[in-house]
Write a protein that binds this ligand. Structure first.
Ligand SMILES: Cc1ncc(C[n+]2csc(CCOP(=O)(O)OP(=O)(O)O)c2C)c(N)n1
Ligand SMILES: [Mg+2]
Length: 822
């Protein structure tokens, strides 16, 4: 906690009461006549037009899904289509005033928001800018398709581009906005400020906050709108996003131009339902989602409920809320009342609501009502509105025709290029800095107290005679990580780091000690205890163009950010068709000594998920080199560290840890001890117990073990291991993860297949037991111990003369344990 803020017990114990301000509900009352001074006829008709575009687009998809044809053209769309018929006014009202620099995020039901924001951007871009975007996106592929035989204006072309790109994406065409790899629920188009929509309910809740953080920290124009459904207000990531966005430190600790709230509006699209669960009256207790704002901060998030059946009411709210954001008073929570007339999806039989209810809302249909009010106020005539309808129907029909034509709009050719999707999983770029400007730091790096302290340390664990230096003198593993991190902070102006107790504490394990002095708050800060938002905001930050190091204090807490780590971080690069990069280095500390919920090695869970690079360095040299590589890259890296060895010195690299910059490539295992009789391959800090085992093997049994440190899990180059096995004919694989379902087994399987001809015995896995991690005092019964290696070699690979096993590695025991599931 910052020492600058004295927590006075006298003040804290004073009695009083918390007061709340009334939250406005549907207060907008202006007529069209009154609004004529704010909107031209063209503006009014644009609002009407944009609503009609969404209605017709969704109607087309509904017809395709339910009848197999639209406008006489047959088409089968097997994929999802979550439609928002009825919600058009809410979407158009939200997007109407947004600039191109304002970003929106959304959910599985975001076609309307994409179109509304896209149309809004098209109206605001001048022709040259719009052409530039269209010409440069995927080398003009979409533009070529939509401009063929078309002679209209650039804006018209823009409209075709938007409709086609979205539709082709929904239909999984390579010519879609995300090469068909996003699809209906994940489509987006960043040049128009449309950021990822998310099929995980509430998934955008924390990601959007990260985008706002990016804008703030990097002084970028615009604000961020997180479009969230009413039912999503129950989701953890949304609540964590709200609390992260409302942190006091933005106002109280961030300095200069950085002082003030995040530029984010949580736009709750309250259509009164989840899928079939009614939020008000059944599944939630808030009555109205706007109420939530009152619980988040004293400003009550400037919460308000507006009538999203009237586009002008929403536009009015956005004009007022923008002012709040520009005054740095965010975050804002806006509840926009709306109603989904269409089913949740086309297969929805509406078993959860009555026909009367749907009819009642349809009677108040926002498009019809808005059209009538325009006619009544003599803004236009029915013929003008009819003209809009027929124009929209025409353009949607032609874009539909183009998007389903396989010659014009092919799918990704997975037959001639079967590896195409695989090639998109990682971006594999090497980038010094994500933006070219001078990084904001508090002093030259050489003046940093930790840098000075480290400069006096011995960069090897041993002196010239092989005697170890004292622990305090040794350059430790935590120093290696620190050196790589601080170096990047002075190189990349976009780099930020945060997590629980990162700043003044220096991270729970003192890796960051010294960074507080070097960096202003906005580059290095304490997060709430909120693992989902720690990772989720980092994802949003990175997808906008920044580099970021979020930290999870204990590996076991990964469960708290499961969706972010498993569903969001790994998937967005490929789901975007490689439009997005994801330079996120997620530091995760693997515990010990703290029992079942603080000491589990979950490297295997993470390695299982495609799209993450995973490493686990256990020497200072490897930690610095791999951290440098992680921070030079553009891919998400889960960087595991072991709490057992933060203070370990460099025992392997000749000459110790270099002072300068160097990279260790991902995926290259490293031989830490050479040998010829048996190979021991380890993941993580188990290495040091393997080395002890190797010593015993040598001394007691005359067997020379080659010990290889995997260093990385994903990617992984098997060549060095195969070379070793060719020599030894035997291999034992070990790590601290419990063995069932672990990555150790994956290594064993691949080695069996790749080195079968050279093996005298099947690879043997020595992992932790399939139990809870017990108390520290009992840990030796749980984690692999040096003697376990000897026992396993003796029983499963080659009998060791005179050896008596302590552990039971017999086949019978293996079967018994598996039968019991332990
Ligand atoms: C984490 C998660 N849980 C459940 C679902 C299934 N699901 C999809 S949409 C939906 C309802 C979401 O309601 P709301 O957030 O109000 O958005 P709306 O559908 O009303 O636009 C549900 C339960 C999901 N996609 N993700
Ligand atoms: Mg809803």
């Amino acid at each position: 906690m910052p020492k600058s803020q004295f927590l006075d017990p006298i003040k804290a114990r004073q009695s009083g009461e918390l007061t709340f301000k009334p939250i406005p509900v549907n207060q907008y009352k202006k007529s069209i006549a009154q609004e004529k001074k704010n909107f031209s006829t063209e503006d009014f008709l644009r609002i009407y037009h944009d609503m009609v575009v969404i209605r017709e687009f969704e109607t087309m998809l509904n017809l395709i899904k339910t009848t197999g044809e639209y406008s006489g053209i047959k088409y089968d769309h097997p994929g999802p289509a979550h439609l928002s018929i009825g919600q058009e006014a809410a979407a158009v009202g939200m997007a109407y005033t947004l600039t191109v620099e304002d970003f929106i995020f959304g959910s599985h039901r975001s076609h309307g928001e994409i179109l509304a924001k896209g149309l809004s951007a098209i109206s605001k871009l001048d022709d040259a800018q719009l052409m530039h975007i269209m010409e440069n996106f995927f080398d003009g592929t979409i533009l070529k398709i939509v401009s063929k035989d078309f002679n209209g204006s650039v804006k018209e072309l823009g409209r075709r581009f938007l409709l086609y790109g979205t539709l082709a994406e929904i239909f999984a065409r390579e010519t879609g906005f995300n090469k068909g790899l996003g699809g209906s629920m994940h489509a987006f188009f960043t040049p128009f400020g449309v950021y990822p929509n998310n099929a995980i309910v509430g998934g955008s809740g924390d990601i959007a906050v990260g985008a706002a953080l990016y804008k703030k920290v990097n002084s970028k124009p615009g604000m961020v709108v997180a479009n969230i459904g009413d039912a999503s207000m129950a989701c953890g990531p949304v609540w964590e996003g709200l609390t992260f966005a409302a942190m006091d430190q933005f106002e109280q600790l961030w300095e200069g131009a950085m002082k003030g709230g995040l530029p984010v509006i949580f736009n709750i699209m309250n259509n009164l339902y989840g899928m079939g669960g009614q939020t008000c009256g059944e599944t939630m207790g808030y009555g109205s989602p706007a109420r939530i704002g009152a619980g988040v901060n004293p400003a009550q998030m400037h919460a308000e409920k507006v009538d999203g059946y009237n586009p002008l009411a929403v536009i009015d709210a956005y004009k007022r809320k923008r002012k709040i954001i520009e005054d740095k008073q965010g975050p804002v929570l806006l509840e926009v009342l709306t109603y989904r007339v269409s089913g949740h999806s086309p297969s929805d039989s509406s078993s959860y609501r009555s026909k009367e209810e749907i009819d009642a809302w349809q009677k108040q249909d926002s498009i019809e009502a808005f059209g009538m009010s325009l006619i009544d106020a003599k803004v236009c005539k029915q013929a003008d509105l009819d003209g809009i309808w027929s124009d929209v129907k025409n353009i949607i029909r032609s874009m539909f025709t183009l998007s389903i034509d396989v010659k014009i709009s092919p799918r990704m050719d997975i037959h001639t290029r079967p590896e195409q999707i695989g090639e998109m999983i990682f971006s594999n770029e090497s980038v010094d800095k994500m933006e070219d400007r001078t990084p904001e730091v508090n002093h030259p790096m050489a003046e940093n107290p930790r840098v000075i302290q480290i400069s006096k340390k011995e960069r090897s664990a041993f002196d010239a005679d092989g005697k170890p230096f004292s622990k305090m003198k040794q350059f430790q593993l935590r120093d290696g990580i620190f050196e790589a991190v601080i170096d990047r902070f002075y190189k990349d102006p976009t780099l930020i780091a945060y997590g629980e107790d990162n700043r003044d504490w220096g991270g729970a394990f003192a890796v960051y000690r010294g960074l507080t002095e070097a960096l202003p708050y906005h580059r290095f800060f304490n997060s709430p205890i909120s693992e989902a938002s720690i990772v989720g905001t980092a994802i949003g930050y990175a997808m906008c163009g920044g580099r970021v190091i979020p930290e999870i204090m204990y590996c076991d807490f990964l469960g708290r950010c499961g969706d972010e780590v498993f569903n969001q971080l790994p998937k967005w690069q490929a789901m975007s068709g490689n439009v997005l990069k994801m330079p996120v280095v997620l530091r995760v500390s693997v515990g010990s000594k703290y029992g079942a919920q603080h000491s589990q090695d979950w490297t295997s869970l993470v390695a299982h998920i495609p799209g993450l690079k995973v490493c686990f360095p256990v020497t200072p040299y490897d930690a610095k080199g791999l951290m440098n590589s992680a921070l030079q890259g553009t891919d998400p890296v889960v960087f595991f560290e072991s709490q057992r060895i933060y203070e370990i010195g460099e025992q392997f690299h000749k000459g110790g840890v270099p002072e300068g910059y160097y990279e260790i490539p991902f995926g290259e295992p490293d031989v830490k001890r050479e040998g010829k009789d048996v190979t021991i391959l380890t993941i993580g800090a188990t290495l040091y117990r393997a080395l002890e085992a190797a010593k015993i093997l040598e001394e007691k049994y005359g067997m020379s073990a080659e010990v290889i440190d995997a260093r990385s899990l994903v990617p992984f180059n098997y060549e060095k291991v195969i070379e070793s096995v060719k020599k030894t004919g035997r291999i034992l694989i070990s790590g601290d993860a419990n063995s069932r379902g672990s990555f150790l087994n994956d290594l064993a399987r691949n080695i069996t297949e790749l080195a079968f001809d050279y093996l005298d015995a099947p690879p043997v896995v020595v992992g932790s037991r399939n139990w809870i991690t017990p108390a520290y005092e009992l840990e030796e019964a749980f984690f692999p111990q040096p003697e376990w290696f000897i026992d396993a070699i003796h029983e499963k690979i080659v009998p060791l003369k005179g050896h008596v096993s302590g552990q039971n590695y017999s086949d019978l025991e293996q079967i018994r344990r598996n039968k019991l599931g332990i």
